[in-house]
Design a protein around this ligand. Structure first.
Ligand code: AP5
Length: 241
């Protein structure tokens, strides 16, 4: 009897594993692109969406900041562009991005935050994705709100949590609520740099709204509301696609 039960259990485990494997293979990887001006809330929303869908959150800005911190040749090359609010040249961004999306954790899909940011970047991504169609979420926020939000932003250098001294301050004051890291302001969040970042956005990134609208894969979401309301609306768009 004991042997029979063990046999049945093994058969059940084997069948479930097989079904799971088949299921995973059948499932199409999900690619989500978050578009929007600086400070529109891409990072804030990306963290939650990626956690909920169990796919990696790939932020080109974060990848550059990690390289900068580690003093890699890529970080050294990107530094001047980032600190003046200019876009890092496409060839540097593309190599870094392609490396990241080929990592094993991105097999089931990924969420892109801050990429693509120009038509050549969007075309390179389209070529890379082949028959896979991404969903593009465009967060709409005015320039005035961007400036106010960025001026108040504080981030945790350890876990990446994002706060705002006006809209969502940390309950632990200058420390992160989750890991107690000391919150700091990004060096490219100075007023004159933000003005340049906005200029770059309007000239180079905004044309992507038309680029993706033509393929009918872009959904614009008003971004000047409660982050929770925005999150639910984005998740609805993703699930009902
Ligand atoms: P990156 O790091 O990508 O910066 P960004 O696009 O300018 O976006 P931010 O990170 O500033 O804002 P966000 O939209 O994520 O907003 P957040 O959620 O933090 O890029 C930095 C630089 O790297 C670029 O300038 C460029 O040089 C280079 N770079 C990166 N990618 C590149 C690429 N592909 N090509 C070339 N160069 C590239 O929110 C902002 C604040 O608002 C926070 O304080 C938050 O708490 C608050 N907030 C968020 N949502 C709400 C809400 N609904 N209500 C009230 N407050 C809110």
């Amino acid at each position: 009897m004991h042997l029979l039960l063990s046999g049945l259990t093994l058969a059940f485990v084997f069948c479930s594993a097989f079904l799971l494997a088949v299921d995973e293979e059948a499932e199409e990887p999900q690619v989500i692109i978050l578009l929007g001006p600086p400070g529109s809330g891409k990072g804030t929303q990306a963290k939650r969406i990626a956690e909920s869908l169990k796919i990696p959150h790939i932020s080109t800005g974060d990848l550059f900041r990690e390289n900068l911190k580690a003093g890699t040749p890529l970080g050294v090359k990107a530094k001047g562009y980032m600190e003046s609010g200019k876009l890092v040249p496409d060839e540097l961004v593309l190599d870094m991005l392609m490396d990241r999306v080929h990592k094993p954790d991105a097999k089931r899909g990924f969420l892109l935050d801050g990429f693509p940011r120009s038509i050549p970047q969007a075309e390179a991504l389209k070529k890379h994705l082949g028959r896979l169609t991404p969903i593009v979420i465009n967060l709409e926020v005015s320039d005035e709100t961007v400036i106010k939000r960025i001026e108040g932003r504080l981030s945790c250098p350890n876990c990446g949590a994002i706060y705002n001294k006006y809209f969502s301050p940390s309950k632990s004051g200058k420390l992160c609520e989750s890991c107690q890291g000391e919150l700091n302001q990004r060096s490219d969040d100075r007023y004159e740099v933000v003005v340049e970042r906005l200029k770059q956005y309007h000239n180079q990134t905004e044309p992507l709204i038309d680029f993706y609208s033509k393929d009918k894969i872009l959904f614009s979401i008003p971004g000047e509301r409660d982050p929770e309301v925005i999150y639910k609306e984005i998740m609805n768009k993703i699930r009902n696609r």
